[in-house]
Ligand binder design. Structure first.
Ligand code: UD1
Length: 375
């Protein structure tokens, strides 16, 4: 019997829903893989980039992700400090475990840091969600994507545009495999449960009669003036349709620091709350009149759910959500007009992109098995 050991890396909130279905597929490998004399096992490493109960633990519980075998506990810091700390601690894990592959997901600092470590130790790296590009190097995630994809040995892409980006950068075709969108695996598994929860009711909201907002990107929330204008738009919107806005720690900290939190009771229909868990987030998105966000994941989830989405960013690394799905880019300047249009009901119904079918983790497992045979 041949054994293949993987190290699966998670670090920040958007990673958890991408690793959960892969773990499930590994558990069901007998049904997925044809060869019976091949066994995949894994170690789960949490870098600790996100550590709050609401940013991390809640997702492990809801998505039934097992306790990590290693928690590196790096916590917050500047980009350099956080990346360096992850690298030092992850190197020890790799030396101890000697895995066949390190599997990283998405575009957070943990993704890039662990890729760098594995590459230098000559351990193969598989990147799930490879090839996405915003072509905006002011975004820390774009730097993480470029470095990760330059080094990874296997680039598992969600869509055709991602393949094209990689080929344009000179990545050989044989390293690229289009497997689809793994987040949709998690969404399909949990949608029923999220719907049954009806999370909007606890905020006194009714189906399709509220707007779901999430904003946390440095470009939107780190400067006082842009955050002030965002809040002005939201208070205005809340007088027409209730708004539910769970606050990422970064956003909450900045609202407090810039003194932009509305007086208690002044805008009762602008409901600010702590970060919500996975089921709640999906349940809120699913029944929203529309979603306003700067998250990467919500652009995709709303496309799958066919809920209109306004993305407060000048660009997106997920263009299929705009060309095929329900997403539209907006800016602080156009926000008011775009919101009015949606309130009037002029949204376009999108389609679900190919391979966003809930079977991506199966395909990934097959590719990993195929690449490892004969090692
Ligand atoms: C990170 C990712 C971003 C992802 C986002 C989702 C990078 C470069 N960015 O951004 O792509 O969309 O996660 O949330 O990796 N904090 C807490 N508790 C936590 C985590 C963070 O209070 O559990 C606070 C800290 O004050 C920290 C700040 O949030 O300094 C930012 O956290 P950090 O992990 O640096 O980046 P995010 O903005 O969360």
């Amino acid at each position: 019997m041949k054994n293949l050991k993987l190290i699966l890396v998670v670090g920040a909130r958007p990673n958890f829903m991408k690793i959960a279905p892969l773990i499930l597929a590994i558990r069901n490998q007998r049904k997925i893989l044809e060869s019976g004399n091949f066994r995949i096992n894994y170690r789960l490493v949490h870098t600790g980039q996100h550590y709050d109960l609401r940013m991390s633990d809640a997702f492990f519980q809801e998505l039934a992700i097992p306790e990590p075998d290693y928690n590196l506990g790096v916590g917050s810091g500047t980009h350099a400090a956080q990346t360096a700390e992850i690298m030092v601690r992850f190197e020890k894990v790799c030396l101890e475990e000697k895995p066949g592959w390190v599997v990283v997901v998405g575009d957070v600092n943990s993704t890039m840091a662990c890729t760098l470590v594995a590459s230098k130790l000559e351990i193969k790296v598989a990147h799930i969600e490879a090839g996405l590009r915003s072509f905006d190097r002011t975004m820390p995630e774009e730097i993480n994507r470029l470095v990760t994809d330059a080094l990874a040995d296997l680039l598992l892409t969600p869509s055709q545009d991602a393949d094209r980006n990689l080929l344009r950068e000179g990545v050989p075709q044989k390293k690229i495999r289009r497997v689809g969108n793994i987040m949709i695996d998690t969404l399909k598994i949990n949608l029923q449960k999220a719907r049954e929860l009806r999370p909007y009711e606890q905020y006194g909201l009714e189906e399709k009669k509220y707007v779901f907002v999430t904003l946390h990107r440095p470009s939107n929330v780190d400067a006082k003036e842009s955050l002030r204008q965002i809040m002005q738009n939201l208070t205005g919107l809340s007088q027409k349709l209730p708004v539910i806005f769970p606050l990422h720690p970064r956003t909450e900290k900045n609202l407090e620091q810039f003194n932009l939190l509305p007086e208690r009771g002044r805008y009762p229909n602008l409901k600010l709350c702590k970060p919500v868990g996975y089921f709640e987030s999906i349940g809120l998105a699913d029944k929203a009149r529309f979603v306003l966000t700067d998250s990467g994941g919500l652009q995709e989830e709303t496309t799958f759910l066919k809920v209109p989405c306004l993305t407060l960013r000048p660009n997106t690394e997920r263009p299929v959500t705009v060309t095929i799905g329900t997403n539209k880019l907006t800016s602080i300047k156009t926000l008011k007009k775009d919101i009015s249009q949606l309130l009037e009901g002029s949204d376009h119904r999108g389609k679900v992109p190919p391979l966003w079918d809930g079977r991506t983790s199966e395909r990934i497992l097959k590719v990993l098995a195929e690449k490892s045979v004969g090692r």
